[in-house]
Design a protein around this ligand. Structure first.
Ligand code: SAH
Length: 334
């Protein structure tokens, strides 16, 4: 373990250690939807970056810092707690940007910045289900402490969506597996399997309902307390099918751009390393076009480990035909 992590809570040290290895950064850099969206948002807006002081919150390998320098920033400060920042220093050096980029190893909440204020914050903070890992808290901390009035945040908007899917085959393989394990009844583990959302790619053809937004975050105004939220939803069924699970994904917007840039991590979009998050439900809903699945999704950071999430989904399905009625309430942990 890194010396800098000594004394830190175990779960926090574990979190930062996970970013020490180059493999996780390789996965993010190779995610072209992600990395090219940031690059386009920065390169296509040189008029915004020219001569500005920029803060890269959680700079990792410093890719966003270097984009900002190329777009004309006067100076970029990159902050990261993980030891990957040592490699970032070498990368910045070999790319001849050492005089333009200051890299600081430490927690964003604890480091001393060489500038009292910054004009722009850039950060890639999104986790699975948007909020897993809770890094957004760190960006909001940086915003409140360092961003000049009317400063810019890249990206500045995030929207979380929900939809219903048909996923009989996989649900059977994943959940039904516990019904009979080498002739034994393993159903006590079935409940556990159901409480864990699955991060996986979902094919567009599996989506049975219209998507509906359940959370929209404006990064200029959102408060850490808003990240524990509850949202009602109503999902319109598009076709006759079954619903085995609900899925969530998010879209990200850079609205400050001259030509706004948006990317989606939904099943209708190109693959990203965030994939989609699948919440299996106990019931199998038999649905027809025009039916509605209504409910409530509640999310809050886990009280023991704030980077984990406790998610509760309650739903009611009330078609005209009473034999198809269903409802339930499930708690998930991720
Ligand atoms: N900006 C890079 C890396 C994004 S991953 C890129 O786009 O490729 C997020 C990074 O933020 C990780 O390297 C992690 O160590 C860092 N990080 C998360 N919370 C932090 C905090 N509170 N203080 C400092 N670094 C943090």
């Amino acid at each position: 373990m890194d010396d800098k992590l000594a004394g830190m809570e175990h779960s926090e040290a574990h979190y930062f250690n996970s970013y020490n290895h180059h493999g996780i950064h390789e996965e993010m850099l190779k995610d072209e939807v992600r990395t090219k969206s940031y690059r386009d948002a920065i390169y296509q807006n040189r008029h915004l970056f020219k001569d500005k002081v920029v803060l890269d919150v959680g700079c990792g390998t410093s890719i966003l810092s270097m984009f900002a320098v190329k777009a004309g920033a006067k100076h970029v400060i990159g902050v990261d707690m993980s030891s990957i920042i040592e490699k970032a220093r070498e990368i910045v050096e070999v790319n001849g940007m050492s005089d333009k980029i200051t890299l600081l190893q430490g927690k964003m909440e604890e480091v001393q910045l060489p500038f009292p204020k910054v004009d722009i914050i850039i950060s890639e903070w999104m986790g699975y289900f948007l909020l897993y890992e809770s890094m957004l808290d760190t960006v909001l901390y940086a915003r409140d402490k360092y961003l000049v009035p009317n400063g810019l945040i890249f990206p500045d908007k995030a929207t979380l969506f929900l939809a219903g899917i048909e996923d009989g085959e996989y649900k059977e393989e994943k959940i039904g597996f516990w019904d009979n394990v080498y002739g034994f009844d393993y159903t006590p583990l079935k409940q556990t399997a159901l409480t864990e959302p699955l991060v996986d790619t979902v094919e567009l053809k599996a989506v049975v309902t219209d998507p509906t937004p359940i959370l929209t975050l404006d990064l200029y105004t959102v408060q850490p307390s808003d990240l524990a939220f509850s949202s009602t939803f109503a999902l319109n069924v598009r076709r006759e099918d079954f619903v085995h699970a609900l899925i969530a994904w998010f879209d990200i917007d850079f609205t400050a751009c001259h030509k706004p840039i948006r990317f989606s991590t939904g099943p209708h979009s190109k693959y990203t390393h965030w994939k989609q998050t699948v919440f299996y439900i106990q019931d199998v809903l038999t649905v027809e076009a025009g039916d509605k699945i209504t409910g409530l999704l509640e999310n809050k950071p886990n009280s023991k480990n704030k980077r984990d999430l406790d998610i509760k989904i309650s739903y009611e399905f009330e078609p005209a035909d009473p034999t198809r009625k269903a409802g339930g309430s499930y708690e998930y942990k991720m």
